[in-house]
Design a binder for this molecule. Structure first.
Ligand SMILES: [Fe+2]
Length: 219
Protein backbone atom coordinates (compact mmCIF):
# COMPACT_ATOMS: atom_id res chain seq x y z
CA UNK A 1 0.00 0.00 0.00
CA UNK A 2 1.48 3.45 -0.84
CA UNK A 3 2.42 5.60 2.22
CA UNK A 4 -0.20 8.30 1.52
CA UNK A 5 -3.13 5.94 1.39
CA UNK A 6 -2.11 4.46 4.79
CA UNK A 7 -2.37 7.98 6.34
CA UNK A 8 -5.70 8.56 4.59
CA UNK A 9 -7.20 5.42 6.08
CA UNK A 10 -6.14 6.49 9.62
CA UNK A 11 -7.65 9.96 9.10
CA UNK A 12 -10.87 8.36 7.93
CA UNK A 13 -11.08 6.09 10.97
CA UNK A 14 -10.89 9.15 13.29
CA UNK A 15 -13.33 11.29 11.30
CA UNK A 16 -16.15 12.67 13.44
CA UNK A 17 -14.33 12.21 16.78
CA UNK A 18 -12.61 15.63 16.91
CA UNK A 19 -14.91 17.06 19.62
CA UNK A 20 -14.57 13.97 21.83
CA UNK A 21 -10.78 13.88 21.79
CA UNK A 22 -8.92 15.32 24.81
CA UNK A 23 -6.70 18.32 24.11
CA UNK A 24 -3.41 17.29 25.68
CA UNK A 25 -0.18 19.06 26.70
CA UNK A 26 -1.77 22.48 27.17
CA UNK A 27 0.09 25.37 28.72
CA UNK A 28 -0.63 28.98 29.65
CA UNK A 29 0.41 31.70 32.07
CA UNK A 30 -0.75 31.35 35.71
CA UNK A 31 -4.05 33.06 36.42
CA UNK A 32 -2.78 34.29 39.81
CA UNK A 33 0.83 34.48 40.96
CA UNK A 34 1.67 33.14 44.43
CA UNK A 35 1.65 35.88 47.06
CA UNK A 36 -0.97 38.04 45.30
CA UNK A 37 -4.55 38.46 46.49
CA UNK A 38 -7.51 38.00 44.11
CA UNK A 39 -9.92 40.05 46.22
CA UNK A 40 -13.29 38.50 46.98
CA UNK A 41 -16.33 40.43 48.29
CA UNK A 42 -16.02 39.38 51.94
CA UNK A 43 -15.94 42.87 53.52
CA UNK A 44 -12.28 42.65 54.56
CA UNK A 45 -9.64 44.95 53.12
CA UNK A 46 -6.89 43.58 50.94
CA UNK A 47 -4.06 44.19 53.40
CA UNK A 48 -5.91 42.26 56.13
CA UNK A 49 -6.49 39.37 53.71
CA UNK A 50 -2.82 39.42 52.64
CA UNK A 51 -1.59 39.34 56.25
CA UNK A 52 -3.91 36.46 57.17
CA UNK A 53 -2.95 34.52 54.03
CA UNK A 54 0.75 34.86 54.82
CA UNK A 55 0.21 33.67 58.41
CA UNK A 56 -2.09 30.83 57.39
CA UNK A 57 0.39 29.57 54.80
CA UNK A 58 2.97 29.25 57.58
CA UNK A 59 0.47 27.33 59.74
CA UNK A 60 -0.44 25.24 56.68
CA UNK A 61 3.18 24.28 55.94
CA UNK A 62 3.72 23.33 59.60
CA UNK A 63 0.45 21.39 59.79
CA UNK A 64 1.29 19.42 56.63
CA UNK A 65 4.71 18.64 58.14
CA UNK A 66 3.23 17.55 61.48
CA UNK A 67 0.60 15.45 59.66
CA UNK A 68 3.34 13.68 57.69
CA UNK A 69 5.45 13.22 60.82
CA UNK A 70 2.50 11.30 62.29
CA UNK A 71 2.35 9.02 59.23
CA UNK A 72 6.11 8.42 59.35
CA UNK A 73 5.81 7.38 63.00
CA UNK A 74 2.63 5.35 62.33
CA UNK A 75 4.61 3.25 59.85
CA UNK A 76 7.89 3.05 61.72
CA UNK A 77 6.76 2.55 65.35
CA UNK A 78 8.17 -0.51 67.18
CA UNK A 79 7.89 -2.20 70.57
CA UNK A 80 5.42 -3.44 73.20
CA UNK A 81 2.97 -0.63 72.60
CA UNK A 82 3.07 -1.01 68.82
CA UNK A 83 -0.66 -1.56 68.27
CA UNK A 84 -2.07 1.27 70.37
CA UNK A 85 0.56 3.81 69.31
CA UNK A 86 0.25 2.75 65.66
CA UNK A 87 -3.49 3.47 65.83
CA UNK A 88 -3.16 6.68 67.87
CA UNK A 89 -0.63 8.15 65.43
CA UNK A 90 -2.98 7.44 62.53
CA UNK A 91 -5.94 9.02 64.35
CA UNK A 92 -3.93 12.19 64.90
CA UNK A 93 -2.76 12.05 61.26
CA UNK A 94 -6.40 12.05 60.09
CA UNK A 95 -7.27 14.98 62.38
CA UNK A 96 -4.28 16.98 61.13
CA UNK A 97 -5.29 16.12 57.57
CA UNK A 98 -8.72 17.66 58.21
CA UNK A 99 -6.99 20.78 59.51
CA UNK A 100 -4.82 20.97 56.38
CA UNK A 101 -7.92 21.17 54.19
CA UNK A 102 -9.67 23.68 56.46
CA UNK A 103 -6.61 25.98 56.56
CA UNK A 104 -5.98 25.71 52.79
CA UNK A 105 -9.60 26.52 51.96
CA UNK A 106 -9.57 29.49 54.35
CA UNK A 107 -6.55 30.84 52.43
CA UNK A 108 -8.45 30.50 49.14
CA UNK A 109 -11.53 32.16 50.70
CA UNK A 110 -9.36 35.15 51.57
CA UNK A 111 -8.35 35.44 47.89
CA UNK A 112 -4.90 33.97 48.47
CA UNK A 113 -3.12 30.88 47.21
CA UNK A 114 -2.47 27.89 49.47
CA UNK A 115 0.89 26.19 49.49
CA UNK A 116 0.42 22.64 48.28
CA UNK A 117 3.49 20.82 47.06
CA UNK A 118 6.06 19.01 49.20
CA UNK A 119 9.05 21.07 48.03
CA UNK A 120 7.29 24.35 48.87
CA UNK A 121 6.19 23.00 52.24
CA UNK A 122 9.74 21.84 53.03
CA UNK A 123 11.12 25.31 52.24
CA UNK A 124 8.54 27.00 54.47
CA UNK A 125 8.06 24.86 57.58
CA UNK A 126 9.81 25.73 60.85
CA UNK A 127 9.45 22.17 62.19
CA UNK A 128 12.88 20.47 62.29
CA UNK A 129 13.42 17.72 59.74
CA UNK A 130 13.47 14.22 61.28
CA UNK A 131 15.93 11.53 60.17
CA UNK A 132 14.78 9.02 57.56
CA UNK A 133 15.51 6.10 59.88
CA UNK A 134 13.36 4.60 62.66
CA UNK A 135 13.38 5.92 66.19
CA UNK A 136 12.21 4.63 69.59
CA UNK A 137 8.68 5.48 70.75
CA UNK A 138 9.78 8.03 73.40
CA UNK A 139 11.88 9.81 70.78
CA UNK A 140 9.01 9.77 68.27
CA UNK A 141 6.65 11.22 70.89
CA UNK A 142 9.15 13.88 71.99
CA UNK A 143 9.62 14.93 68.37
CA UNK A 144 5.84 15.17 67.88
CA UNK A 145 5.40 17.20 71.09
CA UNK A 146 8.04 19.69 69.97
CA UNK A 147 6.32 20.07 66.59
CA UNK A 148 2.97 20.66 68.32
CA UNK A 149 4.51 23.36 70.48
CA UNK A 150 5.95 25.21 67.46
CA UNK A 151 2.49 25.15 65.93
CA UNK A 152 0.65 26.23 69.06
CA UNK A 153 3.01 29.13 69.66
CA UNK A 154 2.61 30.58 66.17
CA UNK A 155 -1.13 29.86 66.04
CA UNK A 156 -1.72 31.85 69.27
CA UNK A 157 0.26 34.85 67.98
CA UNK A 158 -1.51 34.74 64.64
CA UNK A 159 -4.96 34.33 66.23
CA UNK A 160 -4.37 37.53 68.22
CA UNK A 161 -3.21 39.33 65.08
CA UNK A 162 -6.29 38.18 63.12
CA UNK A 163 -8.58 39.33 65.92
CA UNK A 164 -6.92 42.76 66.06
CA UNK A 165 -7.25 43.24 62.30
CA UNK A 166 -10.95 42.23 62.32
CA UNK A 167 -10.47 38.88 60.54
CA UNK A 168 -12.76 36.94 62.89
CA UNK A 169 -13.04 33.93 60.55
CA UNK A 170 -9.28 33.34 60.64
CA UNK A 171 -9.19 33.95 64.40
CA UNK A 172 -11.97 31.40 64.91
CA UNK A 173 -10.25 28.81 62.70
CA UNK A 174 -6.96 29.22 64.54
CA UNK A 175 -8.53 29.05 68.00
CA UNK A 176 -11.39 26.57 67.55
CA UNK A 177 -9.70 24.22 65.09
CA UNK A 178 -5.90 24.54 65.12
CA UNK A 179 -5.25 25.40 68.78
CA UNK A 180 -7.88 23.11 70.32
CA UNK A 181 -6.96 20.09 68.15
CA UNK A 182 -3.25 20.53 68.83
CA UNK A 183 -3.72 20.99 72.58
CA UNK A 184 -5.82 17.82 72.81
CA UNK A 185 -3.29 15.81 70.80
CA UNK A 186 -0.49 17.07 73.07
CA UNK A 187 -2.36 15.67 76.08
CA UNK A 188 -2.80 12.26 74.45
CA UNK A 189 0.90 12.13 73.56
CA UNK A 190 2.40 13.56 76.72
CA UNK A 191 0.63 11.07 79.00
CA UNK A 192 2.68 8.32 77.29
CA UNK A 193 5.85 9.87 78.65
CA UNK A 194 4.77 9.73 82.30
CA UNK A 195 6.91 7.07 83.94
CA UNK A 196 4.39 5.08 86.01
CA UNK A 197 4.57 1.32 86.71
CA UNK A 198 2.78 -0.95 84.26
CA UNK A 199 1.88 -3.89 86.54
CA UNK A 200 3.25 -3.55 90.10
CA UNK A 201 2.55 -0.32 91.98
CA UNK A 202 5.43 1.53 93.59
CA UNK A 203 5.96 0.49 97.22
CA UNK A 204 4.48 3.02 99.70
CA UNK A 205 7.01 5.59 100.90
CA UNK A 206 7.21 4.10 104.45
CA UNK A 207 8.32 0.69 103.16
CA UNK A 208 11.03 2.30 101.09
CA UNK A 209 12.74 4.06 104.02
CA UNK A 210 16.28 2.77 104.56
CA UNK A 211 16.95 0.83 107.84
CA UNK A 212 19.16 3.62 109.27
CA UNK A 213 16.49 6.32 109.20
CA UNK A 214 13.93 3.83 110.63
CA UNK A 215 16.04 3.26 113.75
CA UNK A 216 16.69 6.99 113.97
CA UNK A 217 12.95 7.76 114.02
CA UNK A 218 12.39 5.04 116.69
CA UNK A 219 14.65 6.88 119.11
FE1 LIG B 1 -1.87 2.56 58.10
Amino acid sequence: MPKDSKNDSRTNSQAGTERARPILHQNAREIQPYGKIAKLPIALDESTCAQSVENLNQVLADTITLRDLYKKHHWQVAGHTFYQIHLLFDKHYEEQNELVDTIAERIQSLGGISLAMAADVAETTIIPRPPRGREEVPVQISRLLEAHEFLLKEARTMAKQASESGDDGTNDLLVSDVIRTNELQVWFLAEHLVDVPLVRADAPAAEKEPAKSKSASAR
